[in-house]
Design a protein around this ligand. Structure first.
Ligand SMILES: CCCCCCCC(=O)SCCNC(=O)CCNC(=O)[C@H](O)C(C)(C)COP(=O)(O)OP(=O)(O)OC[C@H]1O[C@@H](n2cnc3c(N)ncnc32)[C@H](O)[C@@H]1OP(=O)(O)O
Length: 227
């Protein structure tokens, strides 16, 4: 096997990884910035401000971006604040409290599966007032991946069959559910659904997925930075 490209090489060491209070402190700061960034994204897609205001804000945002200096994470690098696999992923586009893209979805094991709770906003809109179908797929794909992990087999999606029964409203608390329905060697079959928190018995979207647990050699090649 050839060596991974240098951009995939890890740059942190166990000695420099933050721990304990320092880790909590860093995660709280990441979460606070993520929260404000999501508010900015929401304000950006809602505003009816005139062009001159937008230009002024653009300049301000450019200045702010310039303040995020220092070393930048490179492709494939696992952030020091993460626990991969199976733990905190601060910048996940679905669950990450530090991601401006994430709702973020809160995940909890429940009953015979795993539940995700979140509210999507206008930034996630497809048809006016309703969630973009790709966002629904993203929520389900993530949670179905968690269901595999919880069943003891971290795995990757190889097939995701989506069925959109009714539109999913934005600005409405949602309940996403996923559970493993069967396994066959390295294949894991997972079902998922999205409903509202108010009436989760009505499935607005359902999905059937096939996930595959890569063999150890493939895992090392794909994720060279995994401990
Ligand atoms: C904890 C939170 C995690 C959240 C993560 C959310 C999940 C994700 O988004 S993962 C990202 C999206 N997915 C990907 O990028 C995966 C891309 N695919 C791959 O890299 C490879 O297919 C990989 C590594 C998964 C498996 O490769 P490999 O180990 O060679 O498997 P391979 O031998 O081809 O297939 C294994 C079995 O799966 C079956 N399979 C493969 N593709 C499919 C498919 N599309 N549908 C049904 N079955 C399939 C094969 O037929 C085979 O079955 P059998 O052994 O019975 O013949």
């Amino acid at each position: 096997m050839s060596a991974p490209p240098t951009e995939l090489m890890t740059t942190h060491t166990e000695a420099t990884r933050p721990r304990g209070e320092e880790l909590d402190h860093q995660r709280r700061a990441i979460t606070a910035l993520g929260h404000e960034m999501r508010a900015l994204v929401d304000a950006t897609v809602r505003t009816a401000a005139p062009a001159e205001v937008l230009h002024r804000v653009t300049d301000g945002v450019r200045r702010l971006t310039g303040q995020l200096t220092g070393r930048r994470r490179v492709r494939g690098e696992i952030p020091d604040v993460d626990e991969f696999p199976g733990g905190a992923r601060m910048y996940s586009p679905v669950t990450g409290p530090g991601s401006p893209l994430a709702p973020p979805m809160q995940v909890t094991p429940e009953d015979d599966g795993i539940v995700g709770r979140c509210t999507l906003g206008i930034a996630h809109e497809g048809p006016p007032g309703y969630v973009h179908g790709g966002m629904s797929a993203m929520l389900l794909d993530e949670l179905m991946g968690w269901a595999c992990y919880r069943a003891g087999t971290p795995a990757m999606t190889v097939s995701l069959q989506m069925r959109y029964h009714r539109p999913v409203p934005v600005e409405t608390p949602l309940r996403v559910f996923a559970h493993v329905t069967g396994t066959e060697d390295r294949k894991i079959f997972v079902a998922g659904s999205i409903g509202t928190d108010e009436d989760p018995s009505i499935a607005l979207v359902t999905a059937d997925g096939v996930f595959v647990s890569p063999d150890p050699a493939r895992t090392r090649t794909l994720f060279p930075n995994t401990p």
